[in-house]
Design a protein around this ligand. Structure first.
Ligand SMILES: [Zn+2]
Length: 98
């Protein structure tokens, strides 16, 4: 076997790249911002969750946090085993990503 026969080394696996793209597309905002009767502003996410502002956070902060959590869960579910983690959980990663 020569160096040219070895599988190419990629910095990020295809699974992790796909997970990141899937998280981005699964969590795009849908429609327009609406104002509720109590004065909150909301927008739907493609995943079905309603994103909204609150007493101590803005709508934009909720959108950013939601997307970051989705991206984290998707990447953590497919990351190669053994990588030291900042966040650990008791449930299986594949269950957490759903
Ligand atoms: Zn979402």
């Amino acid at each position: 076997m020569t160096v040219h026969d070895a599988p190419p080394v990629v910095p990020v696996s295809a699974e992790m790249r796909y997970a990141k793209v899937r998280a981005a597309t699964d969590h795009t905002t849908v429609g327009l911002v609406t104002t509720t009767g109590d004065g909150r502003v909301t927008i739907a996410c493609a995943c079905g969750m309603e994103l909204t502002n609150g007493p101590t956070w803005t709508l934009d902060e909720h959108i950013r946090l939601h997307r970051a959590e989705a991206r984290f869960l998707a990447l953590a579910a497919v990351a190669p085993p053994g990588i030291p983690r900042l966040v650990t959980w008791d449930v299986a990663p594949q269950d957490a990503a759903r």
